[in-house]
Design a binder for this molecule. Structure first.
Ligand code: FAD
Length: 434
């Protein structure tokens, strides 16, 4: 299916597929059993360390990393996208391969923009998989889909910044291994106040153990706590960190965040497609084996139509994501593929949601209870239409690029031709229609 993969990527694809099918998928029940036996939801089942060890041995570790100065997996974005789909089929594979959000994005930031000291202190243990991290941008007090609203303040006092603010939806912050947060905020200064809106924010490294960092509560997603990683509400009250914890410079926050989110959206979308494939397989199997009104459900025309629509949506979404990944590979990274990245962030989670919804319907009552992965998958797909930017905001980006292109081409004979008949245009320009 992917003839363009390099021999290296093909080898990894085969190894990863076997690892996911033979190790990660069967380990899910073990993980759940071990998790249920622990004294707290916020403890880590030991099976995950076993899987991490196996992935490492197989060379399936840190596959996402493409920063040459740090470590390069030898993959391009298209190739890693293909592997992300395979990992997405399992709830455990991304972490087993140290390719899980939000750590991947945080590692990319530290690899790309961190200095040597920051990398030694935080990137190395993250790449080792010995600690985890969180990304603190969203705030309960402001509409965070417009990130220029982010209000957490960084007050400079001597060699320190003093951080004050409240964050929520801090994914991974409940994890007992989470030791560091990348925090988006605004330096309190006249220079910041006078800067353009997209140059007012900065990113600070804040160790979770710093006095004043308080995890207030875990948030649930449609009732799922997503333990042991979770999503937290976090208070930052008079949190003091050295000035040297600033990543890049004051005002570089959006530049860094954009660099983080581009590849992350490819990963998220391909994982969503991987999960969609797993769910679609469940739907078809159920439809083929469950009988109602004298025949298998799969023989009902309405069910066939729904299944067909799912297949079309998933394949369309995959092609669009691979196209965005290819644009990143060939057109200056995420910066050169912003419209495509915005498109996939709308399309892939919606396709996934449609597939899960169909699968739930086909499963009947079983589809909404705890006996299958479907309820969890639905919560995941639906929330992905908000996490990492709501659909509407990505639609806005797509439209703005479209309008920009139109405005740039809005003058001259080529643009006129769109509005006139070919004959009229050709006559005026002295050309033959033939
Ligand atoms: C499961 C999950 C995990 C998350 N993980 C993280 C994380 O790790 N770190 C982090 O910082 N954040 C995280 N988030 C937060 C997420 O990124 C934000 O919820 C999202 O950016 C929206 O911000 P908001 O909730 O403040 O919504 P608001 O900004 O209040 O927006 C509300 C709604 O307004 C509408 N809207 C906004 N702008 C427009 C527009 N231009 N046109 C039309 N409609 C519009 C949209 O429908 C939008 O959903 C996570 C969220 C979820 C659900």
């Amino acid at each position: 299916m992917y003839p363009q993969l390099s021999p290296h990527a093909k080898t990894l694809y085969a190894k990863l597929t076997a690892f996911v099918d033979e190790e990660c998928l069967p380990a899910e029940v073990v993980y759940e059993r071990q998790h249920a036996e622990l004294s707290s939801r916020w403890m880590i089942p030991e099976i995950i360390e076993t899987l991490k060890g196996k992935a490492r041995k197989l060379g399936l570790w840190n596959l996402f990393m493409m920063e040459r100065d740090v470590y390069h997996s030898g993959l391009n974005m298209v190739e890693y996208a293909v592997l992300s789909e395979v990992m997405g089929r399992s709830f455990l594979a991304p972490e087993a391969c140290n390719c899980n959000a939000p750590d991947t994005g945080n590692m990319e930031v530290l690899a790309k923009y961190g200095n040597a000291r920051q990398q030694a202190q935080w990137l190395n243990p993250l790449m080792e998989g010995s600690i985890r991290s969180t990304f603190l941008m969203t705030e309960p007090g402001v509409a965070s889909s417009d990130a220029t609203n982010i209000a957490t303040s960084f007050r400079r006092e001597g060699d320190e910044y003093v951080v004050n603010g409240r964050k929520w939806w801090s994914s991974g912050a409940m994890d007992p291994r989470c030791q560091v947060a990348l925090v988006l905020g605004k330096v309190d200064s006249p220079v910041t106040a006078a800067a353009p809106r997209h140059r007012q924010h900065s990113i600070l490294i804040v160790p979770m153990a710093t006095p004043g960092v308080k995890v207030l509560r875990a948030l649930s997603v449609f009732g799922f706590d997503d333990a042991p990683h979770g999503h937290a509400e976090v208070e930052l009250a008079e949190v003091r960190v050295p000035v040297s914890n600033l990543i890049l410079g004051e005002g570089d926050g959006f530049k860094i965040a954009q660099g983080r989110l581009g590849p992350g959206r490819i990963h998220h979308c391909m994982r969503a497609i991987g999960l969609s494939e797993r769910v679609l397989a469940l739907a078809t199997m159920r439809a083929l084996t469950r009988r109602a009104f004298g025949k298998e459900i799969a023989r009902q025309g309405a069910v066939q139509r729904d299944l067909a629509q799912c297949r079309i949506s998933v394949d369309q979404a995959r092609l669009l994501v691979l196209h965005a990944a290819w644009r990143m590979d060939t057109n200056k990274g995420a910066k050169g593929a912003q419209q495509e990245i915005a498109m996939i962030k709308v399309v892939a989670p919606s396709a996934g949601q449609q597939v899960v919804d169909t699968a739930i319907q086909i499963h009947g009552g079983m589809g909404v209870c705890q006996d299958t992965i479907l309820a969890r998958a639905f919560a995941y797909m639906r929330s992905l239409r908000i996490a990492d930017g709501p659909d509407d905001v990505h639609m806005r980006t797509v439209a703005r690029y479209e309008l920009k292109k139109a405005m740039e081409g809005a003058t001259g004979p080529a643009a006129d031709a769109w509005y006139r008949s070919g004959g009229e245009f050709a006559k005026e320009n002295g050309q033959s229609r033939l």
